[in-house]
Design a protein around this ligand. Structure first.
Ligand code: C2E
Ligand code: MG
Ligand code: MG
Length: 631
C-alpha cells in the first residue's frame, strides 16, 4: 500500500473516533448541566451544528491537503516519465555499448551500440550470459578479480578482451556497476564499454614507428640496442656466446651523389630485403642509420660461425641489384665483435664491432674483420678451409700417411698408424690439426674418416700380399663418429669390401670420446670388438678417465699421450705419470704404446718400464706408403 493512501485512511479513522468522542462528551456534559428536555434539545442542536461546522472545517483542510498531495504526485510522475524518456534516449544513442543483467547475470537488456560493436542482435543475447563473449584471452583469476571488486565496492573498470559475433577478439574499456534497490538488495548489473581496438592499434603503430626504420621496415638503432641488451642477458644466463656484426655499404655516398637520393633509398630498401634473405630466423637485422646495418646472431657459438655469416653476407651483396633499368653493384664491409670474449656489455660490443668495421674498411673493403686482429686471420682461414674441404674430398686431395710403430724390446717395426694429410693446391701439405676440427664441426669428418679407413685397409691388404711383416694398421676414429650407431656397420662393410682380416685392423678412439658418454661407448666398443678388430685408447692421460669404467671397456691397448713422453726420462712428473699408466694398463691386461718418442733415451726408459710399443720421429715420421722403409 502506498504511503499517501495509508495516511488518508488514518485521517478518516481519526475523524470518526473524534466525532464519536465529541458527540458522547457533548451529551454527557449536556446532561450534567440540565434536566430540562427543551434545553437538552436546544443543546443537542447546538452540538450538532458545532460538530457539522468542525467537520466541515476538517474536511476542507483535508481536502486541500489531499488535492495538494494528488497534484504533487501527478507532477512527480510527469518528471519521472520525462527523466526515463531521456535516459532511454541516452541509453540508445550513446556510443558506448551497454549491457544490463539481472542479479543472476542473465542479460536482460542491451543497447544499439552494443549491437553495433558486438555484431549480435538483441534477441541473440537476451536470456544469455556475458560469458558468451569471452575471448579466451584472460584466465579464471582475471574474472575472479572482477567479481571480487563488484562484491566489495560495487564497481569494476578496466581493459577486457572479448569476442565479436564474427569471432574477432578486440579490447574493450569496460565499467561494470552493481545496482541495488531501495531495500539495498542487489537487483542488476550494468556494464558500459567502449571498443578501444582503434586506440590500441594507433598505440601499436606509434610504438612500431618509434622502433622501426620507415624505409626498410627493419628495427632501428633503438630497438636493436635493446635487443642486444636482452640477448646478452640471456646469453649470460645460459652461458652461451653471441655475435654482433656491423655492416656498412662501401662507397654508398657515390651512388647517392651520382644517381640521387631516390635511387639511393631504393637501393637501401633492396639491401635490407636481401640481408633478410641471408640471415636465418633467430638473427636480428636492423638499419642503424644511413647505410649502416646491424646483425645480432644469438646462439653463435664461436668466431668461425660469425665469420661464416659475415662471409655469406658479403658474397650475397656482390650480386647486382636490378631496378628501374638500373643494374647496381655495391659491396659491404663487416665488423664483428663477440660476446663474451670481446665485450660484456651491449655498448662495448657495439663499439668493438665499430672499430672492427673500421679495420675492414682500411683493409680494402668488401671484407670482414674481427675485433681482435689475430682472430681475423684465424677465422678467415677457417672459413676458407671449411669451404675448400668438400672440394678436397671430391678432387681427391686427401692423402693417407703412415707412421711406423716399433716393438721396443726387439726394435722391429710391427705396425703403422694411418694419419691423414691434405695436399692443398696452394698451401701444400696441410696437417690434420688444421682441418680435422673444422671437418668435425661441419660434419665432413664422417667422409674423411671413412676415406682414410678404406685407404688404410686397402693398403694393409697390399702389404699383406707383398709379405710385409706388419701385425696391424691403426686408424683414428673421430669422437664425432664414435657416438654414431652405424659405425660398426661401416667398419664391417669396409673390412668385407677390402677383404682385410679384422685382426689386422686397430681402431684408435680418444680417451675423451670414450668418457663423454661411457654407456654408449661401452656398447659401441663391444660391437666393434665383436667384429674382431683391436681397440686402442688414443692420447691416454689427457682425459679424466674413471679407472673403474676403463676396466669394463673391451680395449686392448692404451696409447700414452706424447705430452707425457716429451719430459722423459728427466721430468719427475712425466716419469711418475708414465709409470702409473704402464702399471695400470698391465694390471688390466692391456698393451702399452708410447707416442711421440723423439730420442733414444725416451725409448730406453719406456722399455725399462716395460712399455711394449713405441711410435715417434725417433723411429720414423708419418710418410706416404711408398716412402715407408722396411728393414
Ligand atoms: P694422434 O692420433 O695422436 O697421432 C699422432 C700425432 O703425433 C700425429 O700428428 C703424428 O704425426 C704426431 N707425432 C708422431 N710422432 C711424433 C713425434 O715424435 N713428435 C711429435 N711432436 N709428434 C709426433 P698428426 O699426423 O699431425 O695428427 C694429429 C692428430 O690428428 C692425430 O693425433 C689424430 O688425433 C688426428 N688425426 C690424424 N689423422 C686422422 C684421421 O684420419 N681421422 C681422424 N679422425 N683424426 C686424425
Ligand atoms: Mg692416433
Ligand atoms: Mg695420439
Amino acid at each position: 500500500m502506498s504511503v499517501s493512501v495509508r495516511d488518508a485512511l488514518r485521517m478518516a479513522a481519526l475523524y470518526v473516533v473524534l466525532s464519536i468522542l465529541w458527540l458522547v462528551l457533548a451529551e454527557v456534559v449536556l446532561h450534567s448541566m440540565t434536566e430540562d428536555p427543551l434545553a437538552l434539545t436546544v443543546g443537542r442542536q447546538i452540538n450538532v451544528v458545532v460538530w457539522v461546522l468542525l467537520s466541515a472545517l476538517l474536511i476542507y483542510v483535508s481536502r486541500v491537503r489531499l488535492l495538494n498531495f494528488i497534484g504533487a504526485g501527478a507532477r512527480l510522475r510527469g518528471e519521472d516519465r520525462e527523466r526515463l524518456r531521456m535516459a532511454a534516449a541516452v541509453f540508445d544513442c550513446t556510443l558506448e555499448g551497454v549491457l544490463v543483467t539481472d542479479r543472476q547475470g542473465v542479460i536482460v537488456h542491451v543497447n544499439r551500440a552494443f549491437m553495433r560493436i558486438t555484431g549480435y542482435q538483441q534477441d541473440e543475447v537476451i536470456g544469455q550470459r556475458p560469458s558468451k563473449f569471452k575471448s579466451g584471452h584472460h584466465g579464471a583469476a582475471f574474472y575472479q578479480q572482477i567479481y571480487a571488486a563488484l562484491t566489495e565496492t560495487g564497481e569494476w573498470s578496466g581493459e577486457i578482451w572479448n569476442r565479436r559475433k564474427s569471432g574477432e577478439i578486440y579490447p574493450q574499456w569496460q565499467t561494470i556497476r552493481a545496482i541495488r534497490d531501495d531495500e539495498g538488495e542487489l537487483s542488476h548489473y550494468v556494464a558500459v564499454f567502449s571498443d578501444i581496438s582503434a586506440i590500441k592499434h594507433s598505440e601499436q603503430e606509434l610504438a612500431y614507428l618509434a622502433h622501426h626504420d620507415p624505409l626498410t621496415d627493419l628495427p632501428n638503432r633503438l630497438l636493436f640496442t635493446d635487443r642486444v641488451q636482452q640477448a646478452l642477458a640471456a646469453a649470460q644466463a645460459k652461458k652461451r656466446g653471441c655475435a654482433l656484426l656491423l655492416l656498412d655499404l662501401d662507397h654508398f655516398q657515390s651512388i647517392n651523389d651520382g644517381l640521387g637520393h631516390t635511387i639511393g633509398d631504393q637501393l637501401l630498401k633492396l639491401v635490407g630485403a636481401r640481408l633478410g634473405e641471408v640471415v636465418s630466423s633467430g638473427v636480428t637485422l636492423a638499419r642503424l642509420g644511413g647505410d649502416e646495418f646491424g646483425v645480432l646472431a644469438e646462439h653463435c657459438q664461436d668466431l668461425g660461425q660469425a665469420a661464416k655469416l659475415a662471409q655469406r653476407i658479403i658474397e650475397r651483396m656482390r650480386e647486382p641489384f636490378l631496378f628501374e633499368g638500373h643494374r647496381l653493384f655495391i659491396s659491404v664491409s663487416a665488423g664483428i665483435s663477440l660476446f663474451p670474449s670481446d665485450a660484456l656489455s651491449a655498448e662495448q660490443l657495439l663499439r668493438n664491432a665499430d672499430s672492427a668495421l673500421y679495420k675492414a674498411k682500411t683493409n680494402g673493403r668488401a671484407c670482414y674483420a674481427l675485433y681482435t686482429e689475430e682472430l681475423t686471420a684465424h677465422a678467415q682461414l677457417r672459413v676458407e678451409t671449411a669451404g675448400e674441404l668438400r672440394r678436397a674430398l671430391e678432387q681427391d686431395e686427401l692423402r693417407a700417411f703412415y707412421q711406423p710403430v716399433h716393438d721396443l724390446a726387439s726394435g722391429s717395426q710391427v705396425g703403422v698408424e694411418a694419419l691423414v694429410r691434405w695436399q692443398h693446391p696452394q698451401r701444400g701439405l696441410v696437417a690434420p690439426g688444421e682441418f680435422i676440427p673444422i671437418a668435425e664441426r661441419t660434419g665432413l669428418i664422417a667422409e674423411i674418416d671413412a676415406w682414410v679407413l678404406r685407404q688404410a685397409c686397402l693398403q694393409m691388404v697390399r702389404w699383406q700380399q707383398e709379405g710385409r711383416p706388419l701385425a696391424f694398421v691403426a686408424v683414428n676414429i673421430s669422437s664425432r663418429l664414435f657416438g654414431q650407431h652405424e659405425l660398426y656397420r661401416q667398419v664391417a662393410d669396409v673390412l668385407h669390401e677390402t677383404g682385410l682380416a679384422p685382426a689386422l685392423l686397430e681402431l684408435e678412439v680418444t680417451e675423451s670420446a670414450v668418457m663423454d658418454d661411457p654407456e654408449v661407448a661401452l656398447e659401441q666398443l663391444h660391437r666393434l670388438r665383436e667384429l674382431g678388430v683391436t681397440l686402442a685408447i688414443d692420447d691416454f692421460g689427457t682425459g679424466y678417465s674413471s679407472l673403474l669404467r676403463l676396466k669394463r671397456m673391451p680395449v686392448q691397448k692404451l696409447k700414452i699421450d706424447q705430452g707425457f713422453v716429451t719430459g722423459l726420462p728427466c721430468d719427475e712428473d712425466d716419469v711418475a705419470i708414465v709409470r702409473v699408466i704402464i702399471a695400470l694398463a698391465r694390471s688390466m691386461g692391456m698393451q702399452v704404446h708410447a707416442e711421440g718418442i723423439e730420442q733414444q733415451e725416451q725409448a730406453s726408459f719406456l722399455l725399462q718400464e716395460q712399455c711394449q710399443l713405441g711410435q715417434g720421429y725417433w723411429f720414423g715420421r708419418p710418410v706416404a706408403a711408398k716412402d715407408l722403409r722396411w728393414e
